[in-house]
Design a protein around this ligand. Structure first.
Ligand code: GLA
Length: 384
């Protein structure tokens, strides 16, 4: 018995020392491979490139340095979602939703301004991460829900409130895009249930864009943002046609494709979805890109072979997008990754990002940057 324990302790120590059996293949550093940063590569196609951040990122030197070096646009991972920007007590006192940026949001905005970043706003009208009290009489935590007219007034106050609050703090001009509505449609073409839809009715979507169009400055593009976009493309394309005012003018500027992808997703099918959405003539942005190894029900481990597949997938995805942009078939002015390091990702079990947990570059990075010889294809030039 004792013997066995000693052997297993030894085995564990050996696994730790050898990196749990999967020895990491270290790729050449980015500066050895290219003079370019991610920003440079996207700028060649007239695009910005962003990442989501929390204050953990902006407050940690090594993360902050990487983000400043590679990206020029930021989305807050959580700090500007409705749950974080609405103050219950003040809403009760004022009798209308009161928007108040929290200290994390303010510190990220100050950091963004100091370091010259543009911002994507995320998000206003969503079924998730939105306080339930927003929908109840007197903004109480329990009790009856309000009716349609009151909820429309509250929606208007929430939407106008965020733009006023950003303006009051001197940050409004950092924003070039805002996700007005997030994730309203299902894959089967039906509308997702939510408190917004239940209380206001299906036209809550039209009103959200109507108010955003009224209160956002012209310089901020207004977006509808969703996931599994390749399965919802026809539905979203039909939906945006309804977002017009009485003169037939669009109340929306762009469609956000979250692009939470997997290496087993069909890439041709994904690009077909992009083409369907591009046909609307609106701008498109990839807003939350990550590319998990394997598929949703089955994460694959970060072996060299699987990481190569990821690099190639990213190479081909961005080759396809850049080509469409350059040929004028796609209006896409920014791409945002949902993080940059596997170690910080909300889907870290799928190793979905461009840098690993040590911030070393992956084939994925070189794939996005269109550096084919380091993107994971088997050839003499690939990393040793
Ligand atoms: C969705 C949302 C994001 C974020 C991710 C998970 O994609 O749009 O804000 O919550 O889920 O991190």
């Amino acid at each position: 018995m004792k013997h066995k324990r000693v052997i297993s302790v030894l085995l564990i120590v050996m696994m730790i020392l050898t990196g749990c059996g999967s020895s990491k293949v270290k790729l050449p550093a980015q500066t050895e491979v290219t003079d370019q940063t991610l920003k440079d590569v996207f700028a060649e196609h007239g695009m910005k490139v962003g990442t989501c951040v929390s204050s953990r990122v902006t407050d940690t030197q090594k993360y902050a340095d990487l983000v400043i070096g590679q990206f020029n646009s930021l989305t807050m991972e959580n700090a500007m979602k409705p749950d974080y920007i609405l103050n219950q007590k003040e809403s009760q006192a004022a009798g209308k939703p009161v928007v108040e940026l929290n200290s994390e949001a303010l510190s990220i905005l100050s950091w963004a301004k100091t370091n010259g970043f543009s911002m994507r706003g995320h998000t206003l009208i969503w079924h998730s991460q939105t306080p339930d009290w927003l929908f109840r009489e007197n903004f109480a935590s329990s009790g009856p829900y309000v009716g349609r007219e009151e909820m429309l007034r509250r929606m208007e106050a929430l939407i106008s409130g965020i733009f006023e609050e950003l303006d009051d703090h001197g940050y409004l001009d950092l924003f070039y895009a805002y996700d007005v509505v997030n994730e309203a449609w299902m894959e089967d073409g039906s509308m997702r249930t939510s408190n917004w839809k239940r209380i206001i009715g299906d036209d809550y979507l039209w009103y959200a864009f109507y108010y955003a169009d009224r209160y956002a400055p012209e310089s901020i593009d207004l977006y509808y943002n969703d996931y599994n976009e390749q399965y919802k493309a026809e539905c979203i394309a039909d939906f945006v046609e309804t977002l017009k005012d009485d003169d037939g003018r669009y109340l929306i500027d762009g469609i956000g494709l979250q692009a939470h992808l997997f290496t087993e997703d069909d890439l041709a099918n994904y690009l077909d979805g992009v083409d369907v959405l591009a046909e609307t003539g609106l701008k498109l942005e990839l807003t939350e890109v990550d590319l998990g190894l394997g598929k949703y029900e089955g994460a694959k481990s970060a072996t060299d072979a699987n990481l190569r597949v990821q690099g190639q997938y990213f190479y081909e995805l961005f080759e396809g997008l850049f080509k469409r942009v350059d040929e004028g078939k796609l209006r896409m002015d920014a791409v945002t990754f949902w993080g940059f390091s596997d170690g910080l990702s909300w889907r870290r079990e799928y190793s979905p990002q461009l840098y690993d947990s040590d911030l070393d570059p992956k084939y994925a990075l070189y794939g996005v940057m269109q550096i084919k010889e380091h993107a994971g294809y088997e050839s003499a030039e690939t990393a040793k």
